[in-house]
Design a protein around this ligand. Structure first.
Ligand code: NAP
Length: 465
């Protein structure tokens, strides 16, 4: 894919970039490795000072950055502003908590016949981050903030359609005061990931993106015996039980589905509704989906902007067409509008079953499927009937039903009576084809640390005497 800014609202190519060649990539890796030799010795206090400066710069640059993200990938400018604010909060969170998350952990010295024993967390070196375009700042920041606070150095290979946002990241950390080359953006094509990860100076990788890209990076990492963390796709269920607040769950369901123009890994995508309340809930949901304003993402009144890429629209169209051909009913939307830009309307499909690709694949756009169930057993079965295991939502007032879902949901995250959201305070990640490892919270910053066990015995004086 060409490395370029192409405005999804118009389809116009605004700026193209030359991709780095092999020699330039090796030179950048050498610089990262050199930077690590001194950066690993900096203190949490120093790193926190720079990280807080980065947060202040994000606040100051918010409007310019929001406009840039909207131009590069089409998210509404109000969503883009919120994303910048979230990045600043993420920086401050790790500036405040990294030292505590990575503090030495004492072990029972007596049990291991030591005077002192503990585990400590140490940085590993240059870590590669392969990132997607859908939250172009937040996805990269939730790698960068913990990685840099832990004393690692970062190499960002961002998605090819958000090069200016990617370059901003490198500039941000430099302006904030981090030493040279501690965070570098590599404008490189996806086929250079192997070159980067097989370089012995690169110690590990994290990838957020599609399942095929995750498999590829995991295979390279496996061959090299390098740790990888993978945050991949999702087809999250949202289950509505009869005791749920129907109006609230239908309203939140709309946001959960169409956030980021429907292009979120943790968007609820499959809505499972108890048969007793299905008619009323679906009516409320469809009414709200139809009322959404689709259009220019820079307009404050717009709820849904364009999809980020032309292929995103055709992929979505193919899923909807396949479902309709196999008997799904279109309750609203279902066909793309004429005119410029990669728009797709909010769409709700009913009468969906397992034979349809939209049930088994991830729909990356504002298309929801609604399916009814008869009892909790069936709800859990349908919720887990997916190759993915990222987030899951469950709406009920019944504590026993809540506990059953917490126990049985095959997912990395369960949100009860709410939609899945990422918070710096909570570990984020999934299982099955949604990947492995965790980002955020204490778990996220520890992923790229060497957990070193330290055992100290009695100092022997006999030898000297
Ligand atoms: P994608 O094609 O996998 O791209 C993501 C990143 O991986 C880009 O930087 C891309 O580079 C690179 N890439 C693509 N193929 C690769 C390969 N074979 N080897 C190494 N790198 C490769 O993903 P997308 O379709 O653009 O993004 C949407 C996907 O990301 C969805 O599935 C979504 O659910 C997932 N996602 C997951 C999370 C999460 O936290 N779990 C968050 C956001 C998004 P190029 O751009 O140069 O091709």
């Amino acid at each position: 894919m060409a490395i370029a800014t192409v405005n999804p609202t118009t389809g116009e190519t605004l700026k193209t970039f030359e991709a780095l060649g092999d020699a330039e990539i090796r030179d950048r890796i050498a610089r990262a490795a050199a930077a690590f030799t001194s950066y690993r010795l900096t203190t949490f206090e120093q790193r926190a000072g720079w990280m807080r400066a980065a947060a202040d710069l994000l606040d100051a640059d918010s409007e310019q950055l929001a406009q840039l993200m909207t131009t590069e990938m089409g998210k509404t400018v109000k969503a883009a502003r919120a994303e910048v604010a979230k990045c600043a909060a993420g920086c401050r969170f790790y500036a405040d908590h990294a030292a505590e998350f990575l503090a030495d952990e004492p072990a029972d010295a007596g049990a291991v016949k030591a005077v002192e024993a503990y585990a400590c967390y140490q940085p590993m070196g240059p870590v590669l981050a392969v990132m997607p375009w859908n939250f172009p700042m937040w996805q990269a920041m939730r790698f960068a903030a913990p990685a840099l606070m832990a004393g690692n150095v970062g190499l960002l290979k961002h998605a090819s359609n958000v090069p200016q946002t990617a370059l901003y990241m490198e500039e941000l950390f430099r302006r904030a005061g981090f030493p040279a080359d501690v965070f570098q953006t590599l404008l490189a094509s996806a086929d250079k990931v192997e070159l980067i990860l097989t370089d012995p100076r690169v110690v590990a990788a994290t990838l957020t993106g599609s399942t095929p890209a995750g498999r590829s990076v995991a295979a390279i990492g496996g061959k090299q015996l390098k740790k990888t963390v993978l945050e991949l796709g999702g087809s999250d269920p949202s289950v509505v039980m009869p005791s749920a607040d129907l109006a609230k769950s239908a309203a939140v369901a709309v946001t959960a589905r169409v956030q980021n123009n429907g292009q979120s890994c943790i968007a609820a995508k499959r809505f499972l509704v108890h048969a007793d309340v299905a008619a009323e809930w679906t009516r409320l949901f469809v009414e709200k989906m139809q009322a959404l304003v689709v259009g220019d993402p820079t307009d404050a009144a717009t709820d849904i902007g364009p999809l980020a890429t032309a292929s995103g629209v055709t992929d979505l169209e193919d899923l909807v067409d396949d479902a309709v051909q196999k008997g799904a009913k279109v309750l609203c939307g279902g066909s793309r509008p004429a005119g410029a830009g990669w728009f797709y309307p909010p769409t709700v499909l009913a009468d969906v079953d397992e034979s349809m690709e939209i049930w088994t694949e991830e729909a990356f756009g504002p298309v929801a499927v609604v399916r009814t169930f008869a009892d909790l057993d069936e709800a859990v079965r349908l919720a887990n009937d997916t190759q993915f295991g990222l987030g899951s939502n469950f709406w009920t007032d019944d504590p026993a039903e809540q506990q059953r879902f917490v126990r049985d949901a095959e997912a990395g995250m369960v949100f009860l009576n709410g939609m899945t959201t990422s918070y710096p305070e909570l570990p984020f990640g999934g299982l099955k084809n949604s990947g492995y490892g965790r980002e955020l919270a204490a778990q996220g910053i520890r992923e790229f640390c060497n957990v070193k066990s330290v055992w100290r015995g009695e100092a022997s004086k006999g030898a000297e005497e």
